[in-house]
Design a protein around this ligand. Structure first.
Ligand SMILES: [Zn+2]
Ligand SMILES: [Zn+2]
Length: 292
């Protein structure tokens, strides 16, 4: 598992690699545009070259690009839909240029409308965006289930993948906080195994391609998206250790999108803590296997 953190892309993507290095990250995640503005970023050739050089000299092996939260691929509003498509295309093209592991997307919200047609609308925008970009995978993230957000269940994720043409570039990003908040008990190895069996049955094998490790400030099934630092929330250190040591997650990038002690995101100590929790989780699984 490539453990890391969401970092700022200020100063360009090479700087983001630098921030990842400082934190001991094996994977990083960035926004490729300002999270509050509809202004897609196109990286200049020099920025792309500097990024690749920085990455070669680092232990950062995976980049995730998180599409910004303004996007709503399921919208009924034409202007919003056009802006969402344009932004998603820019993210995927940035992912192509930077050799990203994937773009991660919250598919959107049905707001107060019906879910099925919303999934259809989102699928159309996603298909169009994939056709305007080359190779970069697109991972649809499970949501906490707040309001009409799509992707709260594996059935909804499966519906979104299907509506998006089941393109081989499509995958799923699982966020631990969102899972707990949307009602999935994931805090023991047995519970997580059962949840992932259901996930595979719905979306298919090997569709989970990236992970977000966030603890949750709010309880199981609360449908609220409030990230906590690992070990400081309802999932707890033991629950995070379970998530981090899950065999089906081996080799995947897993980034924290947590507040950090000073609200500046995960610190080097927290990245190390997550690595320690993975080791703790693996040891516990080995002990359980021996005892069985
Ligand atoms: Zn997330
Ligand atoms: Zn979240």
């Amino acid at each position: 598992m490539l453990i890391g953190a969401h970092v700022s892309p200020a100063g360009g993507p090479a700087k983001a690699i630098e921030r990842g290095r400082e934190r001991g990250c094996r994977a990083i995640q960035i926004f490729n545009q300002s999270p509050r503005q509809w202004k897609p970023t196109v990286y200049a050739d020099e920025q792309v070259a500097a990024y690749h050089e920085a990455r070669r000299g680092s232990r950062v092996d995976a980049l995730l690009i998180h599409a910004v939260y303004l996007l709503n691929a399921a919208t009924t509003d034409k202007d919003m839909r056009d802006k969402t498509r344009t932004s998603l295309i820019a993210s995927l093209q940035a992912g192509d240029a930077l050799g990203a592991h994937a773009v991660v997307l919250h598919a959107g919200s049905a707001k107060t409308g019906a879910v099925k047609p919303a999934i259809k609308r989102a699928g159309k925008v996603i298909r169009e965006a994939l056709s305007e970009s080359e190779n970069c995978p697109l991972h649809l993230e499970n949501t906490a289930g707040t309001g009409g957000t799509l992707g709260r269940s594996f059935e909804e994720l499966a519906g979104l993948l299907d509506a998006s043409g089941d393109d081989p570039r499509l995958g799923v990003c699982l966020d631990s906080c969102h899972m707990l908040a949307s009602g999935f008990e994931i805090r023991t190895a047995e519970a997580l195994t059962a949840v992932l069996d259901d996930c595979e049955a719905a979306v298919g094998k090997n569709r989970v391609g990236s992970l977000h490790l966030n603890d949750s400030q709010t309880p199981l099934g609360s449908n609220r998206d409030r990230h906590a630092d690992p070990g400081e929330g309802e999932i707890g250190a033991d629950g995070c250790a379970v998530f981090l040591s899950e065999p089906r997650f081996d080799g995947l990038p897993c980034v924290m999108e947590t507040p950090g002690p000073d609200k500046h995101g995960p610190t080097p100590e927290q990245v190390q803590f997550a690595k320690d929790l993975r080791r703790r989780g693996l040891a516990k699984r080995r002990r359980a296997a021996r005892a069985a």
